[in-house]
Design a protein around this ligand. Structure first.
Ligand SMILES: [Zn+2]
Ligand SMILES: [Zn+2]
Length: 387
């Protein structure tokens, strides 16, 4: 009876934990081969499990060196002997414990993290997982993806976007044993936010996410600058969504990434077009191409090429550009920076400065969506969408 009761309480607890999703496991230094790291306690303290039931306390300013050793990890300290283990687990003793992690060798800067850690050897590289409160993780993401400077309402819109993305993609790395990675593949995360305005924006929007009229969590792509008109998602990813339709953006035209120029030698351009199946002459290929509003394809007679392909092949800042030939050069005059789908960050910053709320900003770029508490939405089974 007691066992059954305990079992019931346990399963209720697991259910509650699953509903709360208060913690997230983030793989750090994703995509990098890590041979060894230096860990330094910046604040508070941690405990390390040395053997079953035996813990060692790591206090402020203490340094721990972790390296690969066969298929295990070797852990050593400034003083005293080290040990070899299958896994290093560091548990924060306080909410304010902060750990700096630096990859060595390498002159890369160290990053500061909160929460707990596990380090083990996987396929010849150290795998470092940060188990952290999801709201603290989100503040780190907003700092890495949204910048250090900005209006509070802009930070709030970035916080809601990052939170919506995180909940929608919690299973993105489920086969790898964690939730999300710290790279652009998921959301960029370089550790804790040290920006007060970002921490406040995350707290002010705690648990708030974006969902559609059926309370289903939505995809929330964003980009740096749309060039004055956002792009419909079908034109970039072939996947449509009613809330990812093109909108005119009167706000981003004077921002840093509003315009770009590029020059290409015309003969190179012609070789490129021919490699893509163009069999017309040079004179037809040299006529002006204009995009006053966004087009999907570059067209000469029967030949057409998606602008997203040209963007990718030439490493252009956006697919929203016009072209004309001058002498032996093809001059490209472009607008915006990024794929153009969803929220335009520079437009959102200007909207915030002009007095729009984060709710108005989000509604402007994601048509017809609403803000919900995460506990009131349906999290769809994520389809294989690459953004
Ligand atoms: Zn990822
Ligand atoms: Zn814009």
């Amino acid at each position: 009876m007691l066992i059954r009761k305990t079992g019931l309480i346990l399963s209720l607890l697991i259910f509650a934990i699953q509903l709360n999703f208060s913690q997230v496991n983030v793989r750090l230094f994703y995509g990098m081969e890590v041979n060894s790291v230096l860990l330094r306690v910046l604040s508070g303290s941690y405990k390390i499990q040395e053997s079953p039931g035996s813990y060692r306390e790591i206090i402020k300013e203490e340094i721990v060196f972790v390296a690969k050793s066969g298929d295990k990890v070797y852990i050593s300290f400034r003083s005293g002997p080290g040990f070899i283990s299958d896994e290093l687990r560091l548990i924060a003793n306080t909410d304010s414990s902060i750990l700096s992690i630096k990859i060595i060798p390498g002159d890369k800067e160290s990053y500061e993290y909160e929460g707990d850690f596990s380090v083990f050897n996987s396929l010849g590289s150290l795998r470092i997982i940060n188990n952290i409160d999801i709201e603290k993780y989100l503040a780190g993401v907003v700092q890495a993806e949204g910048g250090y400077k900005g209006h509070p309402e802009y930070f709030k819109s970035q916080a809601v976007i990052a939170r919506t993305y995180a909940y929608l993609h919690l299973d993105r790395h489920s086969e790898d044993g964690y939730n999300l990675c710290d790279a652009v593949h998921c959301q960029v995360y370089h550790g804790r936010s040290v920006t007060k305005a970002i921490n406040e924006a995350v707290s002010a929007t705690e648990n708030i996410v974006l969902a559609d009229n059926d309370s289903v969590l939505i995809l929330t792509p964003f980009h740096s600058n749309c060039g004055g008109e956002t792009e419909t998602s079908e034109n970039v990813w072939l996947t449509g969504a009613p809330y990812l339709k093109s909108v005119i953006d009167p706000y981003c035209g004077y921002s840093r990434n509003a315009r770009w120029d590029k020059e290409i030698r015309f003969d190179e351009w012609l070789v490129y077009l021919k490699s893509k199946g163009y069999n017309g002459g040079a004179s037809a290929a040299s006529s002006d191409f204009r995009q006053d509003t966004r087009k999907t394809d570059f067209v000469i007679g029967d030949f057409s090429l998606p602008l997203t392909t040209i963007r990718e092949d030439w490493g252009l800042r956006s697919a929203f550009f016009s072209m004309f030939v001058s002498g032996d050069k093809l001059i490209m005059k472009g607008k915006g920076y990024g794929h153009g789908v969803g929220l335009c960050q520079e437009g959102a910053m200007v909207m915030a400065l002009r007095g729009f709320s984060h709710k108005q900003i989000l509604n402007y770029y994601y048509s017809g969506v609403k803000l919900f508490d995460i506990n009131d939405v349906i999290i769809p089974k994520r389809e294989k969408v690459t953004f």
